[in-house]
Write a protein that binds this ligand. Structure first.
Ligand SMILES: [Zn+2]
Length: 450
């Protein structure tokens, strides 16, 4: 891990609202050691110096909810609503092999790095064999991204194939095995959770999973109220008005919980999210693609709920690009409320950085540029046609900048991409392996009937 100084940057620290600094950041032993205005007073012998003139230096983006292997399933099932789409996604468990997870996750991680993501939360829910989870984690670790692996559980549900339904005892044992196999967790943390309650989880699971998570001191990740049909299920079968209200009796909403989507939640349920300290991963591109609806993000922000941003899997987003997602998050609320000022670019940037860090229990580690935090940083080229001239850098990062403007990506002080060249991974090999896995997976999928 080299010591480095990034000089002459336009720094967006994401600490105080709309603050920028023309200055430098020093990184020592993977940690942010100094943030200063102007030129650095001097350099140490042997340190790496990055001239960041014409670049924005900001915290790396945090993708708080995705399913990385799904890059192999981009644009396979189009024009379907959530339930018929899910039937196909779940059904694929019958043919998914560990090597598909490895190759897909690897490709997804490269796409993440190349679009300025430094932390990714993989919400894992298909486990036809224990090796599928192990191979996913192995690919995430090889990418050197900061990784959160949320190993969730399904124990019931008509559309869930038997091969990926688990008894609680089985699921807990497998999660314990994966925790035990990864004692060194400098850049890797774990979560668990019910995948999509209540359509694929029993109440017994919901009762036990909170105890299990607390026992292992890990957080909970769940798909919550993504479509109206899930809310209907709660009303018909459980006599509650909404999914958040339903989950509250099991202690699932909590400070270490992240609820992906939360599209169909009432004002009262937003209050439950606030009271319990639950975070939301807002996934606007995926919600639009599946026709789910519009999450009440403005109400969440108004009540002080912590909101993060996620791409969701490429099967319902097509990409892993958080720049796309930031712009979509901004525009969707404006059109939904028919109010151009209803959400500010800085709020969206917060969601993609410190909001994500808080949601994943990493707020003391990353999400801002502050002395003492780990150096998870990106440099964005703003000397490009579509970014010039600069009038409002916050609006322009959200609405003008593109993933391809990200020049340099640093995680934990380690440079993963420099001048758009990957430092460790062989991009051509990753793409070749993904093509092989994709061909094999598609042949197997062709044998399934949905
Ligand atoms: Zn998801």
């Amino acid at each position: 891990m080299s010591n480095l100084t990034i000089a002459h940057a336009l720094i967006i620290p994401m600490v105080e609202s709309r603050q920028t600094i023309d200055g430098y950041v020093r990184v020592r032993e993977g940690r942010i050691a100094e943030v200063g205005a102007g030129s650095p007073p001097g350099f140490e012998p042997g340190e790496e110096i990055v001239d960041a003139a014409g670049r924005v230096l900001m915290p790396g983006l945090i993708n708080a909810h995705t399913h990385l292997y799904q890059v192999l399933l981009r644009a396979v099932w189009e024009d379907l609503e959530l339930m018929p789409w899910l039937k196909r996604i779940y059904g694929t468990a019958q043919v998914l092999r560990p090597e598909h997870f490895y190759a897909g996750t690897q490709l997804g991680c490269v796409e993440a790095i190349r679009s300025g993501v430094t932390t990714v939360c993989e919400h894992n829910f298909l486990n036809p064999s224990p090796e599928c989870a192990f191979e996913t984690v192995r690919a995430m670790q090889n990418s050197s991204l900061r990784s959160v692996f949320a190993r969730t559980i399904m124990d019931t549900g008509e559309i869930v194939p038997d091969c990926t339904k688990e008894t609680l005892a089985q699921a807990f044992r497998r999660i314990e095995e994966i925790l035990a196999a990864h004692p060194n967790r400098a850049k890797l943390t774990f979560m668990t959770g019910p995948n999509t309650p209540p359509i694929n989880t029993t109440t017994a699971l919901l009762q036990e999973v909170r105890r299990f998570a607390d026992d292992k001191t890990i957080g909970i990740s769940a798909h919550v109220a993504e479509s109206r049909s899930v809310v209907e299920c709660v009303r018909q079968h459980h006599g509650k008005n909404g999914v958040v209200e339903f989950l509250r009796q099991f202690g699932i909403p909590a400070r270490n919980s992240i609820f992906a989507h939360s599209v169909h939640v009432s004002k009262d349920e937003v209050s439950i999210l606030k009271e319990t300290g639950t975070s939301v991963s807002h996934n606007p591109v995926s919600n639009m693609m599946l026709g789910d609806g519009v999450a009440p993000v403005v109400e969440m922000l108004r009540q002080g709920v912590n909101v993060a941003l996620g791409t969701d899997g490429a099967a319902s987003n097509h990409s892993q690009d958080l720049f796309d997602t930031m712009k979509a998050a901004s525009l969707l609320q404006k059109v939904h409320h028919q109010d151009a000022g209803v959400i500010k670019p800085y709020d969206v940037l917060r969601m993609a950085t410190i909001g994500g860090a808080k949601a994943l229990g990493l707020s003391s580690v990353c999400g801002t540029i502050e002395v003492g935090k780990r150096a998870d940083l990106i440099l964005v080229d703003i000397d490009t046609i579509h970014n010039q001239p600069v009038n409002d850098i916050f609006s322009q990062i959200v609405h003008c900048a593109k993933a391809s403007d990200v020049q340099t990506v640093i995680v934990d002080g380690e440079v993963l991409m420099k001048d758009r060249a990957l430092a460790h991974l062989d991009e051509k090999r990753v793409v070749a392996e993904a093509k092989i896995a994709h061909r094999d997976l598609m042949e197997r999928v062709a044998s399934l009937s949905f």
